[in-house]
Write a protein that binds this ligand. Structure first.
Ligand code: 5GP
Length: 132
């Protein structure tokens, strides 16, 4: 079981941003920017391009809705999207609110935000997502 499956199962806590039957979104614990969110399939697959065609299409639509909610909560020029998957072997899309292209540089030092702030941001994104 991957660490992300344990998050979906509630065995490891997470700052939930959105959820449906197939997918789950939560704040990255080491964010590049406030609101940096990870979108994952509940089905455990390592490499995103090994997902079934209909699954990756549905995941992208889910990510689109999450990105819309993020942008409502954290005004930014655009929400950037990236796929790396070099650290956690469970497919995921990074969604990062960007004020400039520098915000999507994974070599940047990561932010450390207080738990209360992470909790509030996630709650706000979840509320915006559910109101879409
Ligand atoms: P990647 O696999 O795309 O290279 O990076 C994995 C991402 O997952 C990193 O940005 C890292 O901060 C995040 N991450 C790793 N473990 C956890 C965790 O337990 N909880 C959360 N919320 N994020 C994690």
């Amino acid at each position: 079981m991957t660490i992300f499956s344990k998050i979906v199962a509630g065995e490891i806590p997470s700052y939930k941003c959105a959820e449906n039957e197939q997918f789950y979104a939560f704040l990255d614990i080491n964010p590049l920017a406030k609101g940096h969110t990870l979108v994952i399939p509940k089905r455990e697959v390592d490499y995103i391009f090994d997902l079934e065609d209909d699954e990756i299409a549905a995941m992208q639509v889910f990510a689109k809705h999450v990105a819309k909610a993020i942008r409502q909560v954290l005004p930014c020029i655009k929400v950037g999207q990236a796929v790396l998957g070099l650290e956690v072997p469970h497919a995921h899309i990074h969604l990062v609110p960007m004020q400039s292209e520098k915000d999507l540089n994974f070599a940047n030092p990561k932010l450390s935000l207080p738990a209360e702030e992470m909790q509030q941001v996630a709650a706000d994104i979840l509320k915006a997502y559910e109101a879409l």
